[in-house]
Ligand binder design. Structure first.
Ligand SMILES: [Zn+2]
Length: 330
């Protein structure tokens, strides 16, 4: 059986198998938070600062890869990153099949509390994916960053399982300028290898590609290949963010094909337009058609990826983003 496939079907718990380490991913700014994030990200030229790490997430079924049962039933899961205070209502307001949310302050290191709507989320038809905090950087050579990052990711996976999440998005992270990036890739390997030895993660991990930084772990295809050399054998998942890819200078026309050639999978798409130009390295999301990426190209990425899609765009335009994608992908 495919050890890579995510095992987080709603209502079904992850078995204590090694393939729980499934798809990691990551997202940058979301929702109302997305606009704030967009502003914040704009102030940072890449990933030079330790506290700015990446994120991602999605639902899985009995099918191949990480796509949920509803995908096979006809129609991809399409949704949005929403605030965590009332995700069920937020999903309904947007017409979302899937929602992504944080479980704690994305800039903080606190252990996430159990979500008050955990039962409701598990019982609902809405697929859930969780995004880990931005402070996480599993590649960091700094013990004071890397060690708490490991801890908080494991904790987030546990609470993500409580809400029936299909995965936990984690940004690829980075080392600091002048440091040996090989050590960053090795830190990823150690983290996943050790967690697997302890029974795996409570939900699959989706590593997300990031927008900027020369020392990133998941920005260019070359970096992604080195990262997958380190963690691919453990069945880790992948979240493709279109804004990050575009900002990183990756052509969207064949990004799915090229990424899949490396990772063998796409578990989640973060479908975001970009406020900045191709190759800008800036991470500022925009609603579809409000940025610099062609809506046709964005829709084509979703179609090619065949994975659940989450928009991490300004909240007021999310319903329209979802409606557009649903129409184009029908
Ligand atoms: Zn993203």
């Amino acid at each position: 059986m495919d050890s890579n496939r995510p095992r987080s079907v709603r209502g079904r718990r992850f078995s204590p198998r090694t393939d729980r380490i499934g798809p990691p991913g990551g997202a940058e700014g979301f929702d109302s938070g997305i606009q704030e994030d967009a502003g914040r990200c704009a102030k940072r030229p890449g990933y030079q600062r330790e506290h700015l790490a990446p994120q991602a997430g999605g639902r899985s079924g009995d099918g191949i890869g990480s796509v949920g049962a509803r995908h096979y039933a006809g129609g991809m899961l399409i949704g949005a990153h929403v605030r965590e205070d009332d995700p069920v209502v937020s999903a309904a307001e947007r017409g979302a099949d899937i929602i992504q949310m944080f479980l704690s302050d994305p800039q903080g290191w606190k252990k996430p509390p159990s979500h008050p709507q955990a039962q409701e989320l598990r019982d609902s038809d809405v697929t859930v994916v969780v995004h880990s905090p931005y402070v996480v950087n599993l590649a960091s050579l700094n013990n004071r960053i890397r060690i708490p990052s490991r801890k908080i990711v494991v904790q987030h996976a546990e609470v993500a399982a409580e809400v029936g999440a299909i995965g936990l998005v984690v940004h690829g992270g980075h080392v600091t300028q002048g440091e040996d990036d090989a050590k960053g890739f090795d830190n990823w390997r150690k983290f996943v290898e050790r967690q697997q030895a302890e029974g795996g993660f409570a939900v699959p991990i989706f590593i997300e590609n990031t927008a900027g930084g020369e020392n990133a772990m998941a920005r260019s295809f070359e970096q992604l290949a080195r990262l997958w050399d380190a963690v691919g054998e453990f069945g880790v998942g992948f979240c493709l963010d279109t804004c990050h890819a575009f900002a990183a200078g990756l052509e969207l026309v064949d990004v799915v094909e090229r990424a899949k050639a490396i990772t063998g999978r796409i578990d989640l798409v973060h479908l975001n337009d970009s406020r900045d130009e191709f190759g800008s390295t800036r991470d500022r999301h925009a609603n579809i058609g409000k940025g610099t990426i062609s809506p046709d190209e964005l829709a084509a990425v979703c179609a090619a990826a065949g994975a659940p899609v989450v928009v991490e765009t300004p909240a007021e335009g999310q319903a329209a983003d979802i409606a557009f994608l649903r129409e184009r992908l029908a």
